[in-house]
Design a protein around this ligand. Sequence first.
Ligand code: GLV
Length: 310
Amino acid sequence: MDIRKIIVTGRMYKDLETLSTLDSTREYLFLPEEEVSSSHYDWADAYVAFKPTASFHFGKLQWVHALGAGVDAFLNNREWKQDVLLTRTIGSFGQKIAEYCLSYILSDVQDQDRFGQLQANREWQPSKPKLMSELKIVVFGTGTIGREVTRILGSLGVTVCGISRSGEPNAHFHSVLPIAEAASMLPHADWVINTLPLTEATELLFDSHLFSYMSGAGFINVGRGASVNEEALVEAITRGQVRKAVLDVFREEPLPAASPLWTASNVIITPHISAVTGVDEAVDGFLTVLNYLERGEEQLSQAVNISRGY
Ligand code: GLV
């Protein structure tokens, strides 16, 4: 693959201008999204961004590189041109997401909200926190993010079971089941964490049927919002099937002011911050793939399997 001309766009385009000094042999165009026109795609060999612009078409592109971990914005509602390589950033998303999950789980185990309220009322009411090693957590997604979440929770003694497309055993997890059998793992889960990518198979996966198998589990969504039926989640909280939900991703982002989730009880909302791409990891991630391509390497862990969708 001979990559000579590259468009870089999206919210990080200015920060990435450093690429033209780090790689002075190629021609780069750094543009805000609204300035990328259809003719830019007929000029460039490669496109680097978090998502396609409104004018996106394959034009002359041979390679599309996603600055985030998720590639659903590129693949959904689009017939991918088979000879165009799609790669994504791996970076430290697993570590970031693991720390995000851990912060809410630890706070819950230590009953921090309750002690905060008691303090406000000058009340002294001891209770005994559980140990992390007493928890059973089900992680949906056994890819790089799910595995890192599992490694970090596992280091505190948590029993982590995984759910994946294939259900193939994986050394990081206590056990792994395919998505179709996920329900059987849920009744004993203290927490359920979704790290899955959004594909046809995972859209609305968390529906009233799946929630009905949870008995008071905490639910964390750090995958994609469209994997969750938000009304069904609110009902599951009302029924006590889900005890608490920590949501970082939503079907529509920013979450509309009218969404009932803002005020639903036992719902914590964060604005898609559990794994924000840093400038350094965006630069490294892109240059790493570019170097592989220059050397003609074909088996890239960053490459997306288009038919699988991640
Ligand atoms: C964030 O959601 C990403 O896809 O990196």
